[in-house]
Design a protein around this ligand. Structure first.
Ligand code: GCO
Ligand code: MN
Ligand code: MN
Length: 389
């Protein structure tokens, strides 16, 4: 392997305990790999060169642990972090595995479940902050329905808002240096999950008490499940100043949630995603929310983790190549670089500009007749990706 694609701390590559720790269980069969403890996962991530490790409260401390067990687990985990130099940039709550959350957490019809979800999340925030997390992710995996007969969608939205407001106030009260990142997914495990896309959350955030504390955590697979262009969602989040975190993986459109190794399937989309993140200088974590094929043993999990980071860096190198390719850049420039003689200058609205635009004689036929050379541009892009440029 060339050193050029070796992960370094400045690349900010992170994995979840639940991702590399995934033992290969699926709805049709039991685990195919041994269970790894949090300490073993941290050691594995240190070995492959990751920057950080993220977790749900119960990835680290089992839901039924005693206080003494809690303390011992956290102590061992901290030691493993210190030994490997791994950071904990993000933490989150498991509000989906326990049967108590079968009808959702913050949107459950049962007020006791909603209260339990708040309590569990505050404790998980305390734990995350104790370990250094600066971003707190909310993925409402069970916040939805199988049938709209079960829950009032309007009421569910209000409950979700009330919960997030409560928790932003809690974080402020505790003086936590913590931002929230909301992660959308259209379905699975529920038939329909509320606020199904990144765009939905961007609208929702503006209705909160503290919108400045809340952003998004878009995931490749989740937007692909909705049939959407992931990079466009990321661009909108970036434009809104809301790209607080990102979940990288891969996914074929129209399939179940595959959680494939980042970069392995949708090559052109991945390329434009990495190019976008690098071009704008996204400063956050590159978190891989995916897992190794069920066919793999622990060595295969390392191959998966190394491959995720290596592919990201290969895409990054291809993006640089694309940006420096003279023929490509000439074509990009040519599209916008056209004579504008006589055209009224538009620098924001003024009555004068409005009148000038309405009075201007546009040559509509010529505008439509102009070839844009996007075929050539896309072919050159493909040639960069296929390694012949
Ligand atoms: C999924 C989600 C989760 C979340 C995780 C962090 O499809 O299961 O992507 O992996 O990202 O729960 O909140
Ligand atoms: Mn997912
Ligand atoms: Mn995710």
């Amino acid at each position: 392997m060339s050193d050029q694609y070796a992960p370094k701390p400045e690349h900010k590559f992170t994995f979840g305990l639940w991702t590399v720790g995934n033992p290969g269980r699926d709805p049709f069969g039991p685990p195919t790999r041994p269970h790894l403890s949090p300490v073993e996962i941290v050691q594995l991530l240190g070995e492959v060169g990751a920057y950080g490790v993220n977790f749900h409260d119960n990835d680290l401390v089992p839901i039924d642990a005693t206080p003494a067990q809690h303390d011992q687990i956290v102590k061992d985990f901290k030691k493993a972090l210190a030994d490997t130099g791994l950071k904990v940039p993000m933490a989150t709550t498991n509000l989906f595995s326990d049967p108590a959350f079968k009808d959702g957490a913050f949107t459950s019809n049962d007020p006791r479940v909603r209260a339990y979800a708040l309590s569990k999340t505050m404790k998980a925030m305390d734990l995350g902050v104790e370990l250094g997390a600066k971003v707190y992710v909310f993925w409402g995996g069970r916040e939805g329905v199988e049938t709209d007969a079960a829950k009032d969608a309007l009421e569910a939205g209000k409950r979700f808002r009330d919960a997030l407001n409560f928790l932003t106030h809690y974080a402020r009260d505790q003086k936590y240096d913590l931002k929230f990142a909301l992660e959308a997914k259209p379905n699975e495990p529920r038939h329909d999950i509320y606020l199904p896309t990144t765009g939905s959350f961007l609208g929702f955030i503006e209705t909160l008490d503290h919108p400045e504390m809340v952003g998004v955590n878009p995931e490749v697979a989740h937007e692909h499940m909705s049939g959407l262009n992931f990079m466009h969602a990321v661009a909108q989040a970036w434009d809104a100043g809301k790209l607080f975190h990102i979940d990288l993986n891969d996914q074929a459109f129209g399939r179940y949630d595959q959680d494939l190794r980042f970069g392995s399937h949708s090559i052109k989309s991945n390329f434009f995603l990495v190019k976008f993140l690098e071009d704008v200088g996204y400063p956050g974590m590159r978190h891989f929310d995916s897992h190794a094929y069920r066919t793999e043993d622990v060595e295969g999990v390392k191959d998966f983790a190394r491959g995720s980071m290596r592919s990201y860096l290969i895409y990054k190198e291809k993006a640089k190549r694309w940006n420096e390719d003279k023929e490509i850049q000439a074509l990009v420039k040519e599209v916008a670089d056209v004579p504008t003689d006589g055209l009224p200058a538009i620098d924001g609205y003024s009555k004068k500009t409005a009148d000038a635009l309405k009075g201007f004689a546009f040559d509509r036929i010529a505008l439509g007749a102009r070839g844009l050379q996007y075929e050539k541009l896309d072919q050159l892009t493909i040639e960069v990706l296929l390694g012949v440029r």
